[in-house]
Design a protein around this ligand. Structure first.
Ligand code: C2E
Ligand code: CA
Ligand code: CA
Length: 439
């Protein structure tokens, strides 16, 4: 079972973004220093300072509420990224001031790994952000200062050294990632080289597909699973799905990667009992091709898995790009009897308009939606409003990221239909999933 991120029990949050506030970040650093492992040679604490240079300009150009919206979105991306890439280790994400964020991880990791995690996170943050007021989309280009914390470094020293490195970059020539020591990692594989490794990884079967079971809330029946990718790199080790897709996007190999994952997942799912469904994630790049529906259906038919047992999970980002064109592709998918889910609902701007105009069957509530529902009346009110909206539009609801019994009881009592989460099962290997499905 994964350890909960350190922010799970946090008392002091930043009121705008819900991340830890500076006091909490400092207290965590001080506590981790006190608990410094006696027998370790590797560095156990890593830090990164993420600075959004242009946030003042956004406030001026688009108004303060757009600026706040962008900060909330960036915070969400940092949180998602950390929980995808740093799972089963302790981490904390905080907003320090304005557009400055701190990510701390208590995890032994190489310099290269911390560096390319920063590169992948920078890419994720630099994705366009919808402007809730309408009009032009925003893009923010972060600078990230990195540091390995050494024994005895107090919170002040850590923050000072990171700020110095960040200021150095601001004055420099467009470098976006740097170490507090001034030297970038040169050992092992860099992010650039990983881009080059990706095609071979597909051929060499280094991409593993895990399956996370989904269940009904009313009677705990298994209804299927979501396919989730991992890269087992021969020298770097495990690379999580978010970073894998960032790398693919930079190398322009997203389409190959998606096709490979879908095909392998469908081949494995062909052995499942026939009442179980398979959910696959689709990227914006996949849906940008007009021929996507045709090609996907053809490929799926060859694996022998019925199209009517497939759900494709789409993120809001996809819909932002070109609603008409995407709408057309989605209509074609519906003709093949494929089900469509809107993923990560509640994490972005939750544009309800999409749900009205697109042939969506189901929404997957992002795990951030249920984070606070047990403690905070307002979080619960938002959660209920979204459920009411889903019912009004006749959409099924899957709740994601259910981590404990109390959450499961609550979402069941609120009348949600389905869930997936660590409380019942983490993503498991194809083999393990078959055993679980059979029992
Ligand atoms: P997602 O589609 O929202 O997938 C759910 C993520 O939540 C998975 O992370 C899963 O391991 C994690 N999760 C499930 N239950 C819990 C829980 O109870 N608590 C917490 N904290 N996390 C939980 P994972 O596998 O790291 O994937 C991260 C993201 O990467 C996915 O988010 C999806 O956007 C993307 N991704 C993963 N596999 C693929 C893929 O094959 N294709 C595409 N296009 N994207 C993928
Ligand atoms: Ca998903
Ligand atoms: Ca999701």
């Amino acid at each position: 079972m994964a350890t909960l991120p350190d922010h799970a029990n946090m008392e002091s949050r930043d009121s705008l973004t819900g991340l830890a506030d500076p006091a909490h970040a400092r207290a965590t650093m001080a506590r981790w220093q006190e608990e410094w492992p006696r027998d370790s040679i590797a560095c156990p604490i890593h830090a990164m300072l993420i600075s959004l240079g242009r946030i003042d300009t956004v406030n001026v150009a688009f108004g303060e509420s757009a600026g706040d919206g962008a900060l909330v979105e960036v915070a969400q991306r940092i949180r998602h990224f950390a929980s995808d890439e740093l799972d089963s280790t302790a981490w904390v994400a905080a907003r320090l001031t304005g557009g400055n964020f701190l990510l701390l991880a208590r995890q032994q990791c190489s310099r290269e790994r911390w560096q390319w995690l920063a590169e992948a996170l920078a890419d994720a943050i630099a994705m366009p952000i919808a402007n809730p007021e309408g009009g032009a989309r925003l893009r923010l280009w972060p600078r990230i200062a990195l540091m390995r914390v050494t024994e005895g470094d107090g919170p002040d020293q850590v923050l000072d050294r990171l700020s110095e490195a960040s200021a150095r970059m601001r004055g420099g020539q467009g470098q976006r990632i740097d170490w507090s020591t001034g030297e970038t990692a040169s050992l092992g594989r860099t992010f650039r080289e990983l881009e080059g490794d990706l095609l071979a990884a597909i051929d060499n079967d280094e991409i593993e597909i895990l399956f996370q079971p989904q269940y009904t809330l009313a009677d705990e029946r298994m209804i299927g699973a979501e396919a989730l990718a991992r890269w087992h790199h021969p020298t770097v080790g495990r690379i999580g799905a978010s970073t894998l897709f960032q790398i693919a996007e930079r190398a322009d190999h997203t389409a190959q990667l998606s096709r490979h994952i879908a095909k392998r997942a469908l081949q494995q799912a062909a052995h499942w009992p026939s009442h179980l469904r398979l959910s696959l994630n689709v990227t914006p790049a996949d849906l940008a091709a007009d021929s996507f529906a045709m090609e996907f259906a053809r490929m799926a038919e060859r694996t022998g898995f019925s199209l009517s047992r497939i759900t494709l999970e789409i993120i809001e980002q996809v819909l932002l790009s070109d609603l008409d064109r995407v709408g057309h592709v989605l209509d074609q998918l519906k003709l093949f009897d494929i089900r469509l889910a809107l993923d990560d609902f509640g994490a972005g701007f939750c544009n309800f308009r999409y749900l009205k105009v697109l042939p969506i069957d189901c929404i997957k509530l992002d795990r951030s939606m249920i984070d606070g529902v047990l403690e905070d009346e307002r979080d619960l009110a938002v959660f209920r409003a979204i459920l009411a909206m889903a019912r009004a539009l006749d959409l099924a609801v899957v709740v994601e990221g259910v981590e404990n019994e109390a959450q499961r009881r609550l979402v069941a009592a609120e009348g949600c239909e389905y869930y997936q989460g660590f409380v019942r099962s983490e993503p498991v290997s194809a083999q393990k999933f078959l055993e679980m499905a059979a029992s």
